[in-house]
Design a protein around this ligand. Structure first.
Ligand code: PLP
Length: 340
């Protein structure tokens, strides 16, 4: 076993851990690789997915700062916002969400993640894509207004993708060491960890974690929005902040350590194309696993396309991180219908 140069800050227990790692036997056979899936979609039921691991650290900090309200932001069907709303309700905190929509005067229907967030009592402020570009300033403005009203707000950047949030996936890497030992017959078996990148915190945590725990793995992120350069900056910034902030004694180089596969954003963030939806249905039919349309569906589709091009491009063993998002499927029922 490896040593860890990090003493973790306080964390609250929100996720059901450890999550299972399962072989995908039928897909492995079809794709000609050993394919495993790390079920972080099973960190809980309504409170589920990758964000919970990050929120364990971030909300511990909010409580330590005596906040009574958390503010965060995301797309209309944000999994992170839904998870934050539910976790806030569990902790007795108020929650205000800044959600992006083309026309705030005509917001999307209350379904999927929006429904769950509202049921958990979150207050929703609809903002335009243009306003979303200034999201951090807008959250600070909201926090200022709450403070004038005698409340104490804590702002969580998009996706809880900060150095502190990324620690959730440093911790997850500890779990992966056990998973690799138990399922692949030894901690030092080489594998490629593949995941969807949205705001970059999960990727940053895994990159740092594989170094801290000396895991013999490549971490490959498939961007589901923006492009490679954006993610080099985003993930690189989070890793460097964590290294400085937590005094991590590791050797990190953006260009060497961040691997992004670009080219699978498709029609755009949150928008699906037929090939992605067909793949999501195929995986559900073949393995009984539900990918989401915004993140994991695009990343899994990208991984399969890359394997079609070169079956050995990721080596012999792959761990696909299922980061959750099942509620994003519900508003897509009509689009999914042709593939059922
Ligand atoms: C289901 C799901 N998978 C993956 C991601 C991407 O994770 P990250 O934002 O840490 O890159 C997100 C959120 O952005 C998500 O909701």
């Amino acid at each position: 076993m490896t040593t860890c140069s990090l003493s973790f800050p306080p964390q609250i227990n929100l996720a059901r851990l450890p999550t299972p790692m399962q072989p995908l036997r039928r897909l492995s056979e079809k794709l000609g690789v050993e394919l495993y899936i790390k079920r972080d979609d099973l960190t809980g039921a309504a409170l589920s997915g990758n964000k919970i691991r990050k929120l364990e650290f971030v909300l511990a900090d909010a409580l330590a700062q005596k906040a009574d309200t958390v503010i965060t932001c995301g797309g209309a069907q944000s999994n992170h916002c839904r998870a934050t709303a539910i976790a806030a309700a569990m902790l007795g905190l108020n929650c205000r969400l800044l959600l992006r929509t083309p026309d705030p005067s005509d917001p999307p229907p209350t379904e999927g993640n929006i429904l769950l967030a509202r049921m958990a009592g979150a207050e929703i402020v609809w903002i335009t894509p243009e306003e979303f570009k200034q999201r951090d300033e807008l959250m600070e403005r909201e926090a200022g207004q709450l403070s004038e009203a005698g409340r104490k707000a804590y702002s969580i950047p998009e996706g809880a993708s900060t150095a502190l949030g990324a620690l959730g996936y440093v911790r997850a890497t500890e779990e992966l060491v056990n998973d690799i030992t138990n399922t692949m017959g030894g901690a030092h078996q080489h594998c490629t960890i593949i995941l969807a990148a949205g705001s970059g915190g999960t990727s940053a945590g895994l990159i740092l974690g594989t170094k801290i725990f000396d895991v013999n793995a490549r971490v490959v992120s498939i961007n589901t929005c923006d492009d490679r350069d954006h993610f080099l900056q985003a993930i690189g910034g989070i890793c460097e902040d964590a290294i400085a902030g937590f005094h991590l004694d590791i050797d990190f180089d953006r260009d060497r350590d961040i691997e992004i596969i670009d080219g699978y954003v498709g029609r755009g963030s949150g928008l699906s194309q037929p090939t992605e939806l067909a793949m999501i249905c195929k995986v559900a039919q073949t393995e009984g696993i539900f990918l989401d349309p915004v993140y994991t569906g695009k990343a899994f589709f990208g991984m399969v396309e890359e394997l079609k091009r070169d079956p050995k491009c990721f080596g012999e063993r792959i761990i696909f991180i299922h980061t959750g998002g099942i509620f994003g499927l519900l508003p897509k029922a009509v689009e999914l219908e042709p593939y059922l």
